[in-house]
Design a protein around this ligand. Structure first.
Ligand SMILES: [Zn+2]
Ligand SMILES: [Zn+2]
Length: 134
């Protein structure tokens, strides 16, 4: 289950709109999703247009309790990359997403620095070894 809420996926041929049972569904939207269940909502063209419009008007997502700061903010669903595509979904507000991105970058920079120093040290040790054997 590697979909995120709000994502659109192809409808089955015989799907009908959830709102309008007499209309064929042109698309399905991922609804409330957790690691166990994934709600999939078939939509007719009008519902699809409305959903797209809604997403356009709420580019930062709907108000949820952010899983990081536990305050109600517009949140977007995201997965912890460490836990992979089947991991739990977290609802994270914009400022927390920014913080996470920043700390992920700092972590990467630290790692880069660690490996850079380690490389240098390994290189020096190899050199020392080389000269010792002369
Ligand atoms: Zn509809
Ligand atoms: Zn937050």
């Amino acid at each position: 289950m590697n979909y995120l809420p709000g994502q659109f996926i192809k409808a089955h041929v015989d799907d009908v709109c959830e709102e309008h049972n007499d209309l064929p569904a042109v698309i399905r939207m991922i609804g409330e999703t957790d690691s166990m269940v994934c709600e999939i909502i078939p939509m007719c063209q009008a519902c699809y247009d409305a959903a797209k419009q809604y997403q356009l008007e709420h580019p930062d997502g709907e108000d949820y309790d952010c899983d990081i700061c536990h305050e109600s903010h517009p949140c977007k669903p995201s997965r912890d990359p460490e836990e992979g595509l089947n991991g739990p979904i977290y609802w994270i507000c914009k400022s927390c997403r920014k913080k996470i991105r920043k700390s992920a970058k700092e972590l990467r920079d630290e790692e880069d620095e660690y490996y850079r120093l380690k490389d240098e040290r390994d290189h020096r040790e190899a050199e020392d070894e080389f000269y010792r054997n002369q």
